[in-house]
Design a protein around this ligand. Structure first.
Ligand SMILES: Nc1ncnc2c1ncn2[C@@H]1O[C@H](COP(=O)(O)OP(=O)(O)OP(=O)(O)O)[C@@H](O)[C@H]1O
Ligand SMILES: [Mg+2]
Length: 482
């Protein structure tokens, strides 16, 4: 099936709604008009009947004066053209009548006459003459006796409904001519307006269609009006901004990852080539092998970290939420890092408060602390100090790792959690880092519904503060950093 354009759909809806409204409007006009005309006919009939009922023509209803029409002319001052008049007695028998009213063609409805006689009410009726002819509207007007105040007869005055029928027919003709013309005009105008309104959308679609990976920085011209289309253009531009940023990050990430893996490979290749150039002693081979192993370990760490991060991106890395005693975890890590700190001549101390149990993944929390402590040791020169604090705060617990190390330049602080970012690339590589440790820390903290903050002064040291909420939690999807 061919897709129907919005423009066509909008026009069709517009014409349909307009048609329904127009039909309702015409119908109401028709009904109102008919009522109004009938009402004025009835009103005129009533005035005449009332007048006749009070004249000598109705003194004795079944009396047949020979000059009925002449007397009528006298009453009205003119001939009542087109009016059908007859005076009936109580049983509905015709007394006097105008010549145009043939009892055979238009018989008296005796049931109705009886009703007028018994109730004394005015009753209107529409009679269809036997044979051809227009329907006639009649009033059945009771003639009241002055003395007894009782109904003594009925005056019937009728008029042809030809004029009403004709007027209504004319109105219908107007409707049938005007209606379709108006619908046609509405359709044309609707189609034009829909096209005009949708033009910016067509332009947006056209521009968007041309945007590919190669020109991701192209943007849609946002219309000046802050209407829905302006918002749509701005939204698409916002999406393009995010896409472009993600794409840049992915490109950067791929380049960084390849670069990080290439460095140890280059080192290994160089060392192996040198070893193979001539015969070496067993010690030299051992040294080369040792150095190669070091590089392999370095690569393995990078690959493992990358794997963990990409699994977390895809939501495949499941965080378990089990009760974790942080005091035990922190104490065991401190004793583990004590050996490393002593080797580097760094003083490692801790303040561990009694804290509430938190719910989380013991293994991941341990990894987070290992990364923070490794950084502290890595970026603190000999003679420095590292202090770890575990304490209760308002809405959970806080773990702070403070060092008196090299510090982080202010402009680098917002970026240290980015993958492969190192504040000082040259020096960091010498320290052996690849720039993935803090990305993993950030992911673990956020997966535990926590936050991480950094305060650092170059040359004085840094403090990393991790806040974790206490109480039971559900695993949460971490927004993909891309
Ligand atoms: N305690 C710290 N003191 C000074 N600089 C730090 C500290 N912690 C992190 N940094 C800076 O932040 C950067 C990113 O740290 P991150 O732990 O992510 O990477 P890394 O330590 O270089 O490598 P690795 O992936 O092995 O951890 C580091 O390269 C370093 O420049
Ligand atoms: Mg690190």
């Amino acid at each position: 099936m061919r897709p129907v354009s919005i423009r066509f759909k909008l026009t069709a809806w517009y014409v349909l709604v307009f048609g329904v409204v127009l039909a309702c409007f015409c119908f109401s006009i028709y009904v109102m008009m008919e009522r109004k005309l009938m009402h004025s006919v009835d009103h005129r009939l009533q005035t005449m009947a009332e007048l006749i009922s009070k004249t000598e023509l109705c003194v004795v209803p079944n009396f047949l004066p020979p000059d009925f029409e002449r007397r009528l002319n006298r009453i009205f001052g003119t001939r009542p053209v087109g009016k059908f008049i007859r005076v009936l007695d109580l049983s509905g028998e015709t007394g006097s009548r105008t010549d145009n009213l043939d009892d055979k063609k238009i018989p008296v409805n005796k049931k109705l006459v009886r009703e007028v006689v018994t109730t004394g009410k005015i009753i209107f009726e529409t009679q269809y003459p036997l044979g051809p002819g227009m329907p006639i509207r009649f009033i059945n007007f009771p003639v009241i006796d002055f003395k007894s105040h009782k109904v003594k007869g009925v005056v019937q005055v009728g008029t042809s409904l030809e004029f009403v029928r004709e007027s209504m027919r004319n109105l219908l003709v107007v409707f049938f001519v005007l209606g379709p013309s108006l619908l046609f005009v509405a359709g044309v105008v609707g189609f034009f307006l829909a096209g005009k309104a949708l033009k910016p959308i067509r332009e947006i679609a056209q521009t968007t269609r041309h945007i590919t990976v190669n020109n991701l920085d192209e943007r849609i011209t946002v219309p000046v009006a802050k209407d829905d289309i302006g918002q749509l253009a701005a939204t698409i531009n916002g999406m393009l901004d995010r896409l472009s940023l993600s794409f840049q990050k992915i490109t950067q990430f791929t380049a960084d990852a390849s670069h990080e893996l290439r460095t140890p490979l280059t080192i290994m290749r160089g060392e192996l080539e040198i070893s193979l150039r001539g015969e070496r002693s067993a010690d030299e081979y051992l040294e080369t092998l040792g150095s190669c192993l070091e590089e392999v370990e370095r690569m393995a760490k990078i690959v493992n970290d990358l794997l963990l991060l990409s699994k977390s991106d895809m939501g495949q890395e499941v965080i378990k939420f089990e009760p974790v005693d942080l005091r035990i975890l922190v104490s065991s890590l401190i004793s583990h890092f004590q050996i490393l700190a002593d080797e580097q001549k760094i003083q490692l101390s801790s303040t561990i408060e009694e804290v509430e149990t938190i719910y989380g993944d013991q293994l991941r929390l341990r990894q987070m602390l290992v990364n923070l402590l490794s950084n502290a040791i890595r970026y603190t020169p000999a003679g420095g100090k590292i202090h770890l604090t575990l304490k209760n705060v308002d809405d959970g617990i806080e773990i702070a790792v403070a060092d008196t190390g090299i510090g982080i330049p202010e402009e680098s602080i917002p970026r240290i959690f980015d993958r492969f970012y190192r504040a000082d690339k040259a020096r960091s590589r010498q320290y052996g880092g690849s720039g993935l440790g803090l990305s993993i820390v950030k992911w673990i903290v956020e997966a535990h519904h926590g936050t991480i903050k950094v305060d650092s002064v170059v040359g004085e040291g840094s403090v990393f503060r991790v806040s974790l909420p206490t109480g039971k939690r559900e695993p949460r999807d971490i927004e993909n950093i891309f």
